[in-house]
Design a protein around this ligand. Structure first.
Ligand code: CP
Length: 319
């Protein structure tokens, strides 16, 4: 059967991503009118998690319920996933029982391995390399908070902090869509050359500008959106002193830095946040913060992605 996975925004053209964004915005508008269309009636989503999650888990499960379907939460250690059963066998079995699979895996190879053997769409709910569903949500949130008189291709997005999986996805979706992107971080924590080369290739097609710098003040000077993320993740606890010393205080998003940006600049964070570390409470709770609009948009975005991938594959009574 002909279908698409959602593993990397690099697998999609600008036009396809804009189609997904438009569909999501239409479904959100219907939701806000109280008439969510039951487009995935009786469909089942298998949700595999090798790591904990609040937003991804809740947004996908709620999205399926509101679209008339059902979601199975398969928590870490609950199913055989490469342990006692091969990845391929798990993918094939889930494909016989479910209409779509979403997985958060420790290693990116696990999600690509799942997708290679599954026969239903596979959605990436975060890996060590990227977080594509998050960044579609982020672009939708930016479009909802557009500065007056600007269009998408005029936007300047500045990411301050570690080259996380969110940084990789955000840099790639922005440059693909024609949004100017700046990453400010100490040299050691800047994006790997391979990610930069992909983003530069995107810029050549889209006309976006990519800037990598160690200077956070210069990075925010024209920023419409400042985005930050955790400085360390599970498994990096032994690096905390070194990472804290590298980032603090220069790269902390605090009022002093936010005031260097244009007054309309908004602050974003994918959450969870280490409050008082990568950003202060004062900034995260300020009028310029849109972090909870962003979190809510995960729900709308998951609906858009699920409908985009799965609705065309469902058998309906008249067919
Ligand atoms: N932003 C995000 O993916 O949050 P969770 O880890 O809670 O899913």
């Amino acid at each position: 059967m002909n279908y698409r996975n959602f593993i990397d925004t690099q697998d999609f053209s600008k036009e396809e991503l804009l189609e997904l964004i438009e569909l999501t915005r239409m479904i959100k508008a219907a939701d806000k009118q109280g008439c969510t269309p039951k487009l995935l009636q009786d469909a089942t989503l298998a949700m595999i998690f090798e790591e904990p999650s609040t937003r991804t888990r809740v947004s996908f499960e709620t999205a399926m319920t509101e679209l008339g379907g059902h979601a199975l939460y398969l928590k870490p250690g609950e199913i055989h996933l490469g342990v006692r059963e091969s990845l391929g066998d798990t993918a094939k079995v889930l494909s016989r029982m479910c209409d779509v699979i979403m997985a958060r895996t420790l290693k990116h190879e696990t999600i690509t391995g799942l997708a290679a053997q599954a026969t239903v769409p596979v959605i990436n709910g975060l890996t060590d390399y990227n977080h594509p569903t998050q960044v579609v949500c982020d672009v939708i949130t930016m479009l909802e908070h557009m500065p007056a008189g600007k269009k998408m291709e005029d936007l300047n997005v500045t990411f301050i902090g570690d080259a996380t999986n969110v940084l990789s996805s955000l840099m790639l979706i922005c440059t693909r869509l024609g949004i100017n992107f700046t990453h400010a971080a100490p040299k050691k924590y800047q994006a790997p050359a391979e990610w930069v080369s992909w983003a530069e290739a995107n810029c050549k097609v889209s006309g976006a500008k990519l800037t990598i710098t160690e200077d956070p003040v210069a990075a925010v000077r024209n920023a419409d959106f400042i985005y930050t993320d955790l400085w360390w993740w599970v498994g990096q606890e032994d690096q905390i002193p070194e990472r804290r010393a590298a980032f603090m205080p220069t790269y902390q998003v605090r009022m002093e830095l936010l005031k260097k940006a244009p007054a309309h600049c908004k602050v974003m964070h994918c959450l969870p946040a280490s409050r008082g570390v990568e950003a202060t409470d004062e900034v995260l709770d300020s009028a310029q913060s849109i972090i909870f609009d962003q979190a809510e948009n995960r729900l709308h975005t998951e609906k858009g992605i699920l409908v985009w991938l799965v609705y065309p594959l469902l058998k309906r009574p008249s067919e």
